[in-house]
Ligand binder design. Structure first.
Ligand SMILES: [Fe+2]
Ligand SMILES: [Fe+2]
Length: 193
């Protein structure tokens, strides 16, 4: 497994999830609610798992890729985008399923997420592929998928993070796992952090 592939794959799943909603029979509100529920759990557990397991290691090892100035900027942008996505998801929840307000909020969530995924793929995943060992990429994939599987039924409580504070403090403080270093052992706890 490779965390960069897991994230990329889930981005494709998210794009398909929004596409399914756009094609769904508009009068089937029960179906729309169920399809959105599954997609929103994926979006929220994906963002939370990235913040728990992927971005701390990118802060350790990243160098700033593509059009990013540096790794802190990459990570601040990502957390800012995740907060905006959580807000858009909350607006969907406040609207009546299938109403004009609901669709507007769904399109807003799609827009936020599309913009974010493009940047995340171009900067963060590219940076990590260049800097992290395949062993570390495997270990993070295990942590990430384990967390998501445990929360796949009920989702996670949405928690915004301050982007600057996160970028300043979320790194693990270890360069281990870079191409020049040995991959660290992982003892993941869903309750940590
Ligand atoms: Fe992502
Ligand atoms: Fe993300």
């Amino acid at each position: 497994m490779d965390i960069t592939e897991v994230i990329q794959h889930q981005h494709d799943e998210q794009r398909r999830g929004f596409a399914h909603l756009e094609e769904w029979p508009r009068e089937d509100h029960e179906g729309l609610a169920a399809m959105w529920r599954r997609l929103s759990v994926l979006l929220e557990t994906h963002a939370e798992a990235e913040e728990r397991y992927f971005y701390p290691r990118l802060l350790d090892l990243g160098t700033g890729a593509a059009d990013a100035d540096d790794t802190a900027e990459e990570v601040e942008d990502a957390v800012h985008d995740h907060n905006a996505l959580r807000a858009a998801i909350a607006r969907v929840a406040e609207a009546e399923v299938g109403s004009q307000d609901w669709w507007t909020a769904v399109v807003d969530a799609n827009t936020e997420n599309s913009d974010h995924m493009g940047e995340e793929e171009r900067q963060d995943l590219a940076d990590f592929r260049q800097q992290a060992t395949v062993e570390l990429r495997h270990e993070i994939a295990v942590e990430f998928l384990r967390f998501q599987a445990r929360h796949s039924a009920d989702g996670v409580e949405p928690r915004d993070k301050d982007p600057q504070d996160y970028a300043a403090h979320a790194g693990t403080g270890s360069r281990a796992g870079g191409r020049e270093g040995a991959a660290p052992s992982v003892t993941a706890s869903d309750d940590a952090g």
